[in-house]
Design a protein around this ligand. Sequence first.
Ligand code: FES
Length: 183
Amino acid sequence: MSSLSAHLLEEIRELPAKYPQPRSAVMPALDLAQEEVGYLTTEAMTEVAAALQLDPGYVEGVATFYTLFHLQPVGKHCFYVCTNLSCMLRGAGEIVDRVKGAAGVREPGEVSKDGLFSYEEVECLGACEYAPMMRLDHGYHYDLTPEKIDALIAERRTPAAAAQAPGPLPQKPKPRARKAKSG
Ligand code: FES
C-alpha cells in the first residue's frame, strides 16, 4: 500500500511542469510529503522519487541535506529558530531557552510528551532585519520575545488550534523605513 495518498501523488506528478528544471520540483514535493506523513519515511521518499521520475538516492540526498526536512517524527508544531549571527546577537539564545522551557523539550529533535512540539536550530532564514526570528507552522515570526513564544505555545495548546492544519506561508513584512539622518 502507498504511504502517500493518491491525490498527493497526483499533485507531485504535476509539479515538474511548473519549473524550468524539472528536478527543482523535488523540494516542494518533499515538503508536501512531509506535510502529509509528518516526516519523511523511506517509503515516502521512494514514492516521491517514482512520481518525479528521479533517482531515489538523489531524493534522499536532498531530504538529508536540509534541516527543514525530517527523517524522524517531529512535534505537530516544529519551531525552526534561527541561531545564525544576526539572530544570536539579538537574543536568539534566550528565544531557544524559552521554546525549550515552554514546550517541555530539552534538545533539538526531541518531541514534547503531548506530541505537540519540537524545535530545531537552523541557519539564516533570510530575514535578518527582523531578528530574532523563526519559522513555525509554515509561517515566519519576527522580532521575537520570550512573551511572544509563550503566546504562540498557548495558542497551540488550545484544542481548537491544535486541530487546525498549518496555514500557508505569509508574506514577509515590508522592509522597515530607514530613519532620516538628522543634522
Ligand atoms: S541570521 Fe537569522 S534570519 Fe538571518
